[in-house]
Design a protein around this ligand. Structure first.
Ligand code: PEP
Ligand code: MG
Length: 760
């Protein structure tokens, strides 16, 4: 059974479009279950009706014609109930609805299973049988449920691909097509998409119109020649070790690349207008599909070889293509997985928005996007990336939505939001030199989180009173090797000088989790619970010592450095790190540098640290809460996984209680406590943290004016009452709506997120 299931899923995965995918499903399921009928009905989002999309057994002429209302008939009942319905005599059921076009009157046994993707019913898969022959048993029901669960994602993806090609299920032109992701960075972008894809990955190559057909053909032929000579060379090298029949395989590969095989077909497609990489992707994937369908195991395995050949040709072509790309104005950069390095690729002034299939709003790339003020949607798992290049798009970073083929009305709606934002930003600029103080006189320091060079100017322009978190891994991530001590020193000096006499809190290298260095890969099953932050640097004192030395030397004459240790989960880690820092301090002084011992602090970002706040505080000068990680570890929700992004609640009662505990305990030990997670930059979050007694809030520079403005508009008494009210609540959603309501009642609505819900 498992191999049948696998084979069906594999074949459906390889389908070119929705129609082919559905045809494969109905044929294969009918065959595997040995039934008389298998059909798929999908919900048409335009009409909210179930449309018969594919069938094996019913009249084919009913496809695309027969449709049922949302809760009509047995199909509608399966959808409403969201569970299988298995009937021996369907015609006797009160909800049975007869469609003469289908010719289904003969079939009495009915088994319908919903197709559900991300909690949404996409459609229903139905098998039917004449009563006299049999009714469906539990095993068959379980089989259909398994198939449906596995195929839901593929169906959703094919549907999205069709829609992006301009057709809804009924073939009508689609507009305002909405894809859901999760908010990455706030703001709205209206622009043109540019797909950036990882090298030598056939599936992710987007379609593009060939600008110069002859040039594309030449590029392809050069690449083919390179691969041919590679294969010949490898064949010769292995000549002695292979048997003749194995050597013959190399001849087969060479023949596959012949003009009248793969090459010829690719050239035809280029002549038809696709660029060489897109043409190669299409032809290779067609060959792969063809081979995967073959029953013979040996021949089926050859699909892997073809994919490999295609990948090799692609790699040569990509090497040749000039790296200089022409980004459109208002580029919306789209990628399967955005990385921090990609953010810097777009020509200055042209980047308007970002979209990533992988990752979530708490991924580091999203944090950088927020720092850059670029509207971003993460975790857009269903967008058909390959079809999106060069399209007009709207990125709604507030609600985590992307709109393709936007209508003029939708564009006008979003343009109005952009204008409102600009006006609001202008109004806030005036606050730059005003203190961050409540109406009843409580001050709280507002600091910034930095990492990129551009953060410096933005932070100073927004009136930052210091740097609460300088993510030193950012310069490490955009390098091709570990930066030398001198290189680090220059980089750190720039930060320290820019903010002097205000302090700059430099965090020691925090790699691991979702932050990897290309030159120091860490591959782990569970990266967020693995070798991360201080764990890596204590295991590599040569990296830690060089970094601290560079920081200390950079601080000479400025004395505004603070050092902060990430991912502390044990007291011994603090003690070891302090020991190393003191050692470097003495060495650097001995070398003749006139420096002061900087303050050293610890990040509280794992639950263990919350329960040891006092013990940690007694060993260091300050504490800073990393609420991004603390939330992920308290709630056991991977901050980088879009599937569980809906469970990542910054206002979860457990998170709020932990944050308050840390503030109380740190103060009992007489230490200053700040917070540098994203919650500090959220107006509602900032108010609660203020009420908890946090001494400083450190955030993205982009959020600072808004947070300052809110603080200046409320009293500490109001904030404390609000905190006391929400801390009694036990649901994150209720807490958030209570906060929103309180903001509305206090006439602070403009600080809540704008945008458009996908359902509106
Ligand atoms: C945090 O975890 O809250 C934090 C500030 O660190 P980072 O987001 O870089 O992990
Ligand atoms: Mg962290």
């Amino acid at each position: 059974m498992l191999s049948t299931l696998r084979s069906i899923v594999q074949k459906v995965n390889a389908a070119r479009d929705l129609r082919e995918a559905l045809d494969i499903i109905v044929t294969r399921v009918q065959e595997a279950m040995d039934t008389e009928v298998c059909s798929v009905y999908l919900v048409d989002p335009e009409t909210n009706r179930y449309l018969l999309m594919a069938t094996e057994g019913l009249n084919k002429s009913a496809i695309g014609v027969v449709s049922l209302g949302h809760s009509e008939g047995l199909v509608g009942l399966v959808g409403v109930r969201e569970e299988p319905i298995n009937l021996e005599n369907a015609t006797a059921h009160p909800r049975y609805r007869y469609f003469p076009e289908t010719g289904e009157e003969r079939y009495q046994s009915f088994l319908g299973v919903p197709i559900i993707h991300h909690r949404k019913v996409l459609g229903v898969i139905v098998v039917q049988q004449q009563k006299s022959s049999r009714c469906f048993d539990e095993g068959e029901e379980a089989f259909l449920v398994t198939i449906s669960a596995q195929l839901a994602g593929v169906i959703a993806h094919s549907e999205a691909t069709g829609v992006i090609g301009g057709h809804g299920l009924t073939g009508k032109l689609a507009k305002d097509v909405c894809f859901k992701g999760v908010p990455g960075a706030p703001g709205v972008a209206i622009g043109t998409s540019f797909v950036i894809f990882p090298p030598a990955n056939l599936q992710s190559v987007p379609d593009k119109v060939a600008q110069d057909i002859d040039h594309e053909i030449a590029l392809f032929e050069d690449a083919i020649n390179c691969v041919r000579s590679d294969i010949r060379r490898v064949g010769l090298n292995l000549e002695q070790q292979l048997r003749p029949e194995e050597r013959a395989l190399f001849d087969v590969y060479l023949r596959m690349l012949d003009d009248n095989a793969l090459s010829g077909e690719v050239i035809n497609r280029i002549k038809a207008g696709n660029w060489a990489q897109g043409a190669l992707r299409d032809v290779t994937m067609e060959y792969v599909r063809h081979f995967e369908m073959i029953g013979d195991v040996y021949l089926r395995e050859r699909a892997v070889d073809i994919k490999d050949l295609g990948r090799r040709v692609l790699a040569y072509m990509q090497e040749k293509v000039e790296k200089q790309v022409d980004y459109p104005d208002n580029t919306v950069l789209i990628s399967e997985e955005l990385t921090p390095a990609m953010l810097g690729e777009v020509t200055k002034g042209k980047l308007a928005g970002l979209v990533s299939v992988k990752g979530s709003g708490n991924s580091h790339v999203a944090i950088l996007a927020r720092a850059m003020g670029v509207p971003t949607v993460m975790g857009a798992v269903d967008i058909p990336v390959a079809q999106l290049n060069g399209r007009s798009l709207i990125v709604d970073g507030y609600n985590g939505q992307i709109y393709a083929s936007p209508s003029n009305e939708l564009k006008a709606f979003y343009k109005a939001i952009i204008e409102d934002e600009k006006a609001q930003d202008k109004g806030l600029e005036a606050l730059k030199n005003e203190p961050s103080i409540t109406t009843d006189g409580h001050r709280v320091s507002l600091w910034v989180n930095t990492g990129l060079m551009t953060d410096i100017v933005r932070s100073l322009n927004h009136g930052a009173e210091g740097v609460g978190l300088y993510r030193t891994e950012v310069p490490f991530m955009i390098n091709e090797r570990f930066p030398s001590e001198q290189e680090q020193r220059e980089c750190y000096r720039e930060q320290l000088e820019a903010f002097a006499p205000s302090h700059v809190t430099m965090r020691t290298l925090d790699i691991g989790g979702d932050k990897s260095l290309s030159y120091f890969p860490i591959n782990e099953e569970n990266p967020f619970l693995g070798w991360r932050g201080i764990r890596v640097t204590l295991d590599h004192p040569e990296i830690f010592l060089v970094q601290v030395r560079a920081m200390l030397k950079a601080s000479e004459g400025l004395n505004n450095l603070r050092i902060m240790l990430p991912m502390i989960s044990n007291i011994s880690e603090v003690e070891e790190a302090l020991h190393l820092i003191y050692r470097v301090y003495h060495e650097v002084r001995e070398e003749g540098f006139d420096i002061k011992m900087p303050q050293v602090g610890v990040m509280v970002e794992v639950p263990a640290a919350v329960y040891q706040t006092r013990a940690l505080a007694e060993r260091v000068d300050f504490l800073s809460v990393g609420s991004n990680d603390l939330t992920q570890y308290l709630l056991a929700v991977d901050r980088n996984n879009p599937r569980v992004a809906g469970l990542y609640h910054s206002f979860h009662p457990a998170v709020l209680n932990a944050l308050w505990t840390v503030a109380i305990e740190a103060h009992k030990a007489g230490r200053q406590v700040s917070i540098c997670g994203e919650l500090a930059g959220d107006p509602c979050g900032a108010i609660l943290l203020l009420a908890m007694g946090y001494d400083a809030l450190s955030m993205n520079a982009a959020n600072l004016p808004k947070v300052k403005s809110v603080i200046r508009n409320v009293s500490m008494e109001w904030a404390s009452n609000l905190l006391n009210k929400v801390i009694e609540l036990d649901s994150p959603q209720v807490i958030k709506s209570t906060l929103d309501l309180a903001f509305k009642e206090a006439d602070l609505t403009k600080y809540l997120r704008p945008g458009r819900s996908a359902d509106s």
